[in-house]
Design a protein around this ligand. Structure first.
Ligand code: S3P
Length: 209
């Protein structure tokens, strides 16, 4: 468990080796002014694991758009794809994310394809602050191989599919407000990097009390 950040905790950014910066969870929450932190990126980037820990650190709620879609449909994502097709899933995904964004200050992990939708990108930019968790191909494949529930990777060539989706999507992920590298086996470090990036983005120029 990542404990909530007390005021003026110094957080090391081990990913970029930047010097320690003071991070204040309360100030970060205030600076968000009701906006959500929205985590985007490919399947296997660690959006839910990192998002949960980031929410704990900031003492806000965490929600995963895939879980909410499953609850709303009372079906699993593979069942939605199988019974109704991807277009139906995407339509439900867009609506669920719009609702989650209207519910205020929290961390939201989006499904890997959600940021492809221009309306969702627009709504995220209006009501949230987005972080692209950027992982390389090997990291993504190592993680997605551990679980076989993702319908888009049920192809004869999952590696080729992953490479194609990365190439198609990276331009849109790059539109996120912040980009944080994500690598295997270092969740704590990635959370720290998110906190430093948020702090620099939201608090630079403000006086930390
Ligand atoms: C998808 C990613 C999945 C899920 C669905 C489609 C995608 O979420 O939304 O299987 O299009 O990349 P994760 O990114 O959480 O695996």
């Amino acid at each position: 468990m990542t404990a909530p950040i007390p005021s003026n905790t110094s957080v090391r950014d081990e990913t970029s080796n930047r010097p320690a910066k003071p991070v204040d969870g309360r100030q970060l929450r205030d600076a968000l002014a009701g906006r959500a932190i929205v985590i985007v990126g490919m399947m296997g980037a660690g959006k839910s694991s990192i998002g949960k820990r980031l929410a704990q650190a900031l003492d806000v709620d965490f929600v995963d758009s895939d879980d909410e879609i499953e609850k709303a449909a009372n079906l699993t994502i593979p069942e939605i794809f199988e019974r109704h097709g991807e277009a139906h899933f995407r339509d439900g995904e867009r609506k669920v994310i719009a609702r989650l964004l209207s519910e205020g200050n929290r961390v939201i992990a989006l499904g890997g394809g959600a940021f492809e939708n221009p309306q969702t990108r627009q709504e995220v930019s209006e009501h949230g602050l987005s972080i692209w968790l950027k992982a390389d191909f090997d990291t993504l494949m190592t993680r997605v191989r551990r679980r076989s529930h993702r319908p888009l990777l049920q192809t004869p060539d999952p590696e080729g599919t992953m490479r194609r989706l990365m190439a198609e999507r990276e331009g849109n992920y790059a539109l996120a407000d912040l980009t944080v590298p994500s690598r295997d086996g270092a969740h704590g470090d990635v959370v720290q990097s998110c906190l430093v990036a948020l702090s620099e983005h939201l608090l630079s120029g403000t006086t930390q009390s």
